[in-house]
Design a protein around this ligand. Structure first.
Ligand code: GDP
Ligand code: MG
Length: 372
């Protein structure tokens, strides 16, 4: 944004420099035609002239170019990466129970060390192939992540209780899942129950364009029980099948990039961010930037609560060392130096503040002009 001058802006939107200067003057900003326009000024002008001004974040552009190049160059470095799976569904249909059951049945109890606490993301192995699961904290968070373009999920599992069928949140989840463009698997849970009715679920789902494969559609329906563990292997096999079709690949040697799925401020530990690695390897000692905050990775705890030196592709763990708590859905990127990480975060924070400020300035000026 620092490189647009008043006259250039005027030219681009078919106004005279005088018109632009007058508008800004009316809002208490003094500029000449050769001055550079600040981001907030550009936004205000956009609103005044009723045109859409897209201010590109030069930093994000830089990241975009890197991503693009990673995909263009040297695919020989790419490795198949494990799928990241999100489980969604109506409240009480068994999302948490299913996640817990999958975890406890796939992790040797010695390894897990008697873990009882539920965690937001973990990786298991099925037939020696890894799968990472994420518990969606809520649909709002999922939407927020999508809005930020954080496509952390590769496959969506919709859980529907076999005795309850499609409910309001199931409908919401169906539309979220469809929008995400991810392959969908329906896990019909609680098949251990007497009142379980697979056909009822299938027909309710078919009415919503989620036709089962055995009814001539494209969606796999797997009957499962988070209580007995029945069907879980089936579900996992199906996930691996879908994942194979997706041909998920990433570069383990690229600059580390990870998405925050949960974050908090913990007493004695400071900001903690649970992340899933999307590219490269995230290591202790890395200088990272995460949205408007930054830091040096001080420690990493894996999904079993054990300290580790690094996290690989699609792996998940908690990161210590950030200056502030980042939002879920933001992306952590390793930088070459502490200086770079700090600079990028600071610039982003400044932009965010300027934007907030321009909103409040505009409001107060409008209020004032009403009084004059
Ligand atoms: P969530 O809100 O979707 O996370 O659902 P929960 O995992 O908290 O489960 C809601 C309730 O259903 C709990 O009382 C579970 O014990 C029960 N439940 C979950 N899965 C099963 C299942 O497969 N069979 C039976 N019988 N009960 C289940
Ligand atoms: Mg739950």
């Amino acid at each position: 944004p620092e490189d647009v001058r008043v006259y250039e802006f005027a030219e681009a939107c078919g106004k005279s420099p005088a018109e632009v200067i007058t508008v800004l003057f009316g809002l208490g900003m003094m500029v000449t035609k050769n001055d550079f326009l600040k981001q907030d000024e550009l936004e205000i002008l956009g609103e005044e002239f009723g045109i859409e001004v897209t201010v590109k974040d030069a930093l994000e552009d830089a990241n975009y170019v890197e991503d693009y190049q990673e995909e263009e160059i040297d695919e020989s470095n790419f490795e198949t990466r494990p799928p990241v799976v999100t489980i969604m569904g109506h409240v009480d249909h068994g999302k948490t129970s299913l996640l817990d059951k999958i975890r406890s049945s796939k992790i040797a109890s010695a390894e897990a060390g008697g873990i009882t606490q539920h965690i937001s993301a973990y990786t298991i192995k099925q037939n020696n192939q890894k799968i990472t699961f994420v518990d969606t904290p809520g649909h709002a968070a999922f939407s927020a992540m999508r809005a930020r373009g954080a496509s952390v999920t590769d496959i969506v599992i919709i859980v529907v209780a076999a005795d309850d069928g499609v409910k309001q949140q199931t409908e919401e989840v169906i539309s979220h899942a469809k929008e995400s463009g991810c392959p969908i698997i329906v896990a019909v849970n609680k098949i251990d129950k007497e009142a379980a009715n697979m056909d009822m679920v299938k027909s309710q789902m078919a009415e919503r364009e989620m036709t089962p494969v055995d009814w001539g559609g494209e969606i796999e329906f797997i009957g499962v029980s988070a209580k007995t563990g029945e069907g879980i292997d089936d579900l996992l096999e199906n996930i691996l099948l879908q994942s194979e079709i997706l041909e998920l690949k990433a570069d383990p040697n690229a600059k580390a990039k990870a998405t925050v799925v949960e974050s908090s401020l913990e007493k004695g530990r400071g900001p903690v961010a649970t992340v899933i690695v999307q590219n490269g390897e995230l290591k202790v000692g890395d200088n990272v930037v995460c949205d408007t905050t930054f830091g040096r990775v001080k420690a990493i705890t894996n999904d079993l609560g054990k300290p580790v030196k690094s996290l690989g592709l699609s792996e998940t763990g908690s990161i210590l060392g950030l200056n502030e708590v980042p939002d879920a859905g933001t992306v952590m990127v390793a930088q070459d130096s502490d200086k770079e990480a700090r600079e990028i975060a600071t610039k982003r924070a400044e932009h965010a503040r300027a934007k907030e400020l321009s909103k409040s300035t505009k409001v107060s000026l409008e209020e004032m002009s009403g009084l004059i």
